[in-house]
Design a protein around this ligand. Structure first.
Ligand code: ZN
Length: 205
């Protein structure tokens, strides 16, 4: 298998991003287009998948990527984990998406009001404690907070923490040998923040 995008029918990374933006716009405006489930559509989907984007998002019940981007079966390859953190299983899933599904676009999507990020802020700055499996998660998030001003107003601090967490994960993926190789072949790795109050996804530069 090659990581080259030219040997498959995938759209370019920019076209994939435009599709996500259009889908989010339909979601916000209430004009979603996902079809009603029909047997023929299911049979078509059963032949194979070629999702145009991979999304690493949070498990939060309010941020399902398929709904947010008005996407149907087979369109998005989704990984969801509290705080959208990396880990060995997550990296393996991302590598699968890159090598075998050739998705041209990878999005790390955090969200406002993220409980995992808030817990990591309290853990980092106030020393709050949790059961060990949860602290394992928080240990994956807290290193993103190096540049944060812990004296900032609470809402501002949490917002900055969400963005810092996304940016750190995107950077880690871009810095990996796999990420470097993918980007050389036209793949895009970007961050995004979902706003709970508006339903809008803001893609980070
Ligand atoms: Zn969350």
């Amino acid at each position: 298998m090659t990581a080259d995008c030219s040997d498959n029918d995938q759209p370019s990374a920019d076209d994939a991003l435009a599709r996500l933006m259009e889908g989010n716009q339909r979601f916000i405006s209430g004009h979603t287009e996902v079809p009603t489930l029909e047997k023929e559509l299911l049979l078509e989907q059963a032949k194979g998948q070629q999702p145009y984007a991979t999304i690493l998002g949070c498990s939060d019940s309010r941020v399902p990527p398929e709904l947010i981007f008005d996407a149907w079966l087979g369109e998005l390859f989704v990984i969801r984990v509290a705080g959208n953190v990396l880990g060995q299983s997550i990296l393996g899933t991302l590598q699968y998406a890159a090598r075998y599904l050739h998705t041209p676009l990878f999005v790390v999507m955090g969200h406002e009001g993220c409980g995992a990020v808030e817990a990591a802020v309290n853990y980092q700055f106030e020393g709050s404690r949790h059961p060990n499996k949860i602290e394992f998660l928080l240990d994956n998030i807290a290193p993103a907070f190096g540049d944060l001003d812990e004296t900032a107003p609470r809402a501002e601090l949490l917002k900055a923490a969400v963005e810092a967490n996304v940016r750190r994960t995107v950077q880690a993926l871009r810095d990996s040998p796999e990420g470097q190789s993918q980007m050389e072949h036209g793949v895009k790795l970007i961050g995004a923040i979902y706003a709970l109050h508006t339903g809008r996804v803001r893609f980070l530069e």
